[in-house]
Design a protein around this ligand. Structure first.
Ligand SMILES: *Cc1c(COP(=O)(O)O)cnc(C)c1O
Length: 355
């Protein structure tokens, strides 16, 4: 069939399973086990009351949301770009900022969507190997490139690179846009956000999906110099002006409001406490567990194959993530759930490991 020669082909990103049904323990896609902030519930009720707004196109600038974000982070509105989850924000950023013949650099083990977008948009790219302990070597980003993407903390490794090393990478690459994907920054580490004033080639991307418990609402955000954000908006408005629904804009604005800050910080504290407890519990069962700066753990067991543990947990309706990829095919990524969910995990693991 000759038309098949003329179409764009890509190997798609494979998201984690979203199983349906009762009594499933879902620790495979880094969702937050706690509900979103109370303001979100109130905003949802308002949305339901005003079904007539569906008639109109949403605000293409998502003004309510950028305004709330501006207040929350103390960043001017012209430095803020929002989208349908950070996946949308990142895809737009790849399209906008990476148009060089030189390769865009990102780690060999990182968010696997980066390689998919690079392929999709025909962006030359080069995988930069993490060190043997999965840490990032900042020096390896000091080579000719057409752009840089770093997830910090990184996924699925859960490791945080000190923000001073992030700064060294940005400072050494003034001729490239450097994207720092901070999907997990609220769970550990220091954000590069304040550096957008100093480096006009820095884009910091964050999401409401993890720390703010709103994966289903699809809200993502990028912060950068007004110049960078203006270029991003040019591409976005040339592609689709109305990506975010008015509901998502309103719900996102509620979640970003200062009044919900205490709730948000409390949820993050609880997850960190459960994470640190889980690290100790899993180590006591013989797992090697990387010190996590995220809401998930990256683990391996010297005595059992990760794929076997994955299958055995799945039979018990406990879902974790297994990546059949070089260097990490004997690891599991386990999202931090509630303390109760984690107890069920430990019980199942004790059974599987025969402890
Ligand atoms: C979860 C995740 C994202 C995407 O999240 P959205 O739900 O699209 O906002 C982006 N980057 C990393 C590293 C992630 O883990």
């Amino acid at each position: 069939m000759s038309w098949e020669n003329n179409i764009r082909k890509v190997v798609p990103y494979v998201p984690g399973e979203q199983p349906v049904g009762e009594d499933i323990i879902k620790l495979n896609t880094n969702e937050n086990p706690y509900p979103p902030a109370p303001g979100v519930e109130a905003a949802l009720r308002e949305v339901a009351d005003e079904y007539a707004i569906m008639r109109k196109y949403p605000d293409p600038d998502a003004g309510l949301l950028t305004h709330a974000l501006s207040d929350f982070y103390g960043v001017p509105e012209e430095s803020i770009f929002v989208g349908v989850g950070s996946d949308d924000v990142l895809a737009m950023s790849f399209m906008t900022f990476f148009d060089s013949d030189k390769p865009v650099l990102f780690a060999d083990i990182t968010y696997s969507f980066y390689e998919v977008w690079a392929d999709l948009f025909r962006i030359p790219h080069k995988l930069i190997p993490l060190r043997g302990d999965f840490s990032i070597d900042p020096e390896s980003y000091m080579q000719l490139n057409g752009g840089i993407v770093i997830a910090n903390p990184n996924a699925p490794t859960s490791l945080y690179l000190d923000v001073s090393d992030i700064e060294r990478i940005i400072a050494a690459n003034p001729d490239s846009v450097v994207i720092v994907d901070e999907a997990y920054i609220d769970f550990g580490g220091t954000s590069a956000l304040p550096m957008i004033d100093k480096y006009d080639n820095l884009l910091v991307v964050q999401t409401f999906s993890k720390s703010r418990s709103m994966a289903g609402a699809r809200v993502g955000v990028a912060f950068g110099s007004p110049k960078l954000i203006a270029y991003l908006k040019d591409v976005k408005f040339s592609f689709n002006s109305y990506t975010m629904s008015q509901d998502a804009i309103r719900i996102g604005a509620a979640a970003a409001s200062l009044s919900d800050r205490d709730y948000f910080e409390d949820v993050v504290r609880r997850i960190i406490a459960t994470r640190d407890d889980a690290t100790a519990r899993l180590r006591a069962m013989g797992f090697k567990v990387i010190d996590s700066s995220t809401n998930f753990l990256f683990v391996t067991h010297p005595g059992h194959r990760a794929s076997d543990i994955f299958e055995a947990l799945r039979e018990r309706r406990i879902y974790v993530r297994y990546f059949n990829k070089p260097r990490i095919d004997d690891h599991l990524r386990i999202t931090v759930g509630t303390p109760e969910e984690m107890e069920s995990l430990y019980t199942a693991l004790a059974d599987i490991l025969g402890a």
